[in-house]
Write a protein that binds this ligand. Sequence first.
Ligand code: MGD
Ligand code: MGD
Ligand code: SF4
Ligand code: MO
Length: 812
Amino acid sequence: ALAEAQDTPQKEKGTWHAGTCQGCTSWCAKQVYVVGDRAVKIRGNPHSKVCVGASCVRAHMALQQVYDPDRIKTPMKRTNPKKGRHEDPGFVPISWDEALDTLADKIMELRDAGETHKYMLMRGRYTYMRDILYDRMTKIIGSPNNISHSAICAEAEKFGSYYTEGYWSYRQYDVTKARYVLIWGADPLAANRQVPFYSSVWGDVVDRARVAVVEPRLSATAGKADEWLPIVPGQDSALALAIAHVILARGLWSREFVGDFKDGTNRFVPGQTVDESTFDERFTHGVVAWWNLEVKDRTPAWAAEKTGLPEAQILRVAEDFGKAAPRAISWVGGGPSMQVRGGYGSMACHALNGLVGACDNEGGTLVSNKEYTRKFPKPDAFMDDIAKKGKKHEKIDQRGRLTFPALKSGKPGSAVLTNNAADGILNEDPYEIKVAVGYMNNFTFSCTQPDRWERALAKIPFVAHLTTHASEFSWFSDILLPNTHHLFEKYGYVKSIANGYRHVTLMQPVIKRIGDYKTDETEVPWLLAEKLSQRGFDNLLRHYKEYRDPETGKEPTTADEFSLYALKYATQSLWDPAQYKGGDRFNGWEDFLKTGVWNSDPYPYRKRWGKMKTATGKFEFYSVTLKKALEKHAKKHKTTVDEVLTACNYEAQGELAFIPHHEDPFTIGDADTYPFVFVDHKSRLNREGRSANCSWYYDFKDLDPGDEPWQDVAKINPADAQKIGVKSGDTIRITSPTGAIECTAKLWEGIRPGTVAKCFGQGHWAYGRVAAGVFGKTPRGGNNNDLIPAEYDRLSGSTVRHAGTRVKIERI
Ligand code: MGD
Ligand code: MGD
Ligand code: SF4
Ligand code: MO
């Protein structure tokens, strides 16, 4: 049959169409090969200067997602009123009309009762069309409760760069010009961001630069690095401070960026304080204060004890890193950040970029280039009195309370506390939630202690889920609305950065929809707005009619027109020659749509030196910005910063609160009962939480160092395994103070003794026939989140997944 197939000439030639992959937050510009009306192949879009035409392994799995026979093809409603993990929802197909009529009725009940704050919108993965559904719709209905997934993602990582250099976002790394790349808890060849770009240049990077990876496990990147530093989980700040200590003590800091002693004599002598007046600081703030308060005592010998790493290795890495200045990158991932005290870990690791002058510099860490997309029309004029009153209520995630400072961008109570919303709902604190909509999210799987979400969703009287699959979240929903797949079936756009550029890349429908799918962020809200309008509440529909086609000036009249016009509206300055502002040039909409991606101008190095968005305008080793934010929060609660930090599980008191400093990890579980620290990491094949029903995910699972095809393994160091009598292939139970899972043991040297590592991704009991052991009943493998306690880095609001859990292992 194979020979016959190969001999058969291809009947129909296909065409390549531009699109965008959202398998992970790299947000790559792709091209899809379409034959007839089917997608058959995916490759990198060569027009993107961010992706440079490259691809990653998991891009191809999008094909298995879009043609997955287990996709929900029509709207469904629940027939079993009882909600619980062991209650079959009894979903039956219904029409879009019936589904949206039901949802519109529920929203109108809240409006009629003046309790619109009891409406809640939960957002998982998104495109930049998000504000239509997430922001505008929630506000115009009248609720403060738009809850994004950001705090289970990577907010603590942004905390570090914000409270040093005033930048709340991901950085790009100028690796092709770097001479040292020091990576903390990120695996850029397999995960983190811009995998296609970094993997495609990595061969040159390892030729030109030294690469060091700080990770408790031998990741794909660590396996190809010059140095692997298998750190004791949660001791990243100790290592970072020791590196800072060596850089200052040996005079390796950047004179150009940081400045120098007035007489040129290095007074950074270990253990001794320095007179601030002897130093002339340039584009940074507080280097001497930082030394005096913290760094002077953080010697490599001290760090060796904390981190479990050899003193000689710490010294070597610190010296080599410092000698490479300013082309020395400190790359901060989720590992050192998404921990209970991770806000400070993230600051400590990022501060190294300031010391060596890598910040905003060639061969260093860069921020985002300028782009010129436009925000959607403002909602204010469409918010009536009910809406304005509703929006004033406290948010369901309790952000801003004493124990949840959630200090995004300098403002107390401004960051989301995704995972804590479950407790808000369960305890009706500050009030009950009656109607909830979730889209492209699966908090009953992706959040730690997901059983809280199961109970929270079961408690909400009406839940609608916009999804492609019947996930664990869907299981507790009343209505399921089938969504388009992002890469092939909808309009949208996203932005991302790498290689000194930013791109804006488009999604567009390029294949025939096999099911009755609609797009979460555009078509569904439009159709719902029509339903609300039929019920006498037309504010939302009138608002959406403002999203006019920039070419014809026409207002949208259908969901299809709305999604297209909204996209053209947002991106007009990129494709309309009359509005050109910079970057690539296009001859109009069709030209842009065909190419699919706009590239910014190249990166303007060193333009931010002295103009950073911090309180001092400088790179802050002593964060005046954080001091102001913490003092504001303390004042609001009529208490002191010291009390705030204690209430939030940090060790720091006094001035330490405002500088990158060492904190011991905060880990749940006592070492006698739970001898191992649990190490969670992403699979190279995870498309976030969305590839679990793809068979290729299991076929190629051994792409993850130490993993096995079609198994969910916990990687245990052979020395540890011998002590507890476990062999490779044994079925084991892993138990933490908050839960237990079953999986397979794998003896592997690539893991620090005393820790056990496992990929996040398996353990689904719903989602589809491949993902689950038995759909709706038993999981395939174990969900790491069943083990990890719902803890927070409270300064950023982030959910903790690293260094926070101790476990025990038993053979069963
Ligand atoms: P996903 O789990 O990716 O998103 O977690 P979430 O934001 O909850 O699931 C998205 C859901 O969207 C799917 O379950 C499915 O129902 C639906 N879906 C799938 N494809 C599509 C589509 O194309 N369109 C639409 N509309 N819906 C779709 C992600 C979150 O998980 C993140 S960002 C991170 S970084 C965390 N990673 C992580 C980890 O590394 N370890 C542990 N233990 N937990 C983690 N949780 C976090
Ligand atoms: P994490 O997933 O938190 O963050 O990607 P990352 O920034 O890479 O992984 C952190 C790493 O820290 C792991 O390799 C883990 O082994 C290590 N680690 C664990 N404990 C410690 C510790 O105590 N110290 C240190 N130094 N390291 C530790 C996040 C990013 O990845 C995000 S937010 C998303 S949404 C994307 N998701 C995604 C995906 O699902 N799959 C793949 N393949 N890539 C992805 N890229 C994106
Ligand atoms: Fe890019 Fe991530 Fe998609 Fe791979 S999975 S192509 S890295 S967005
Ligand atoms: Mo994420």
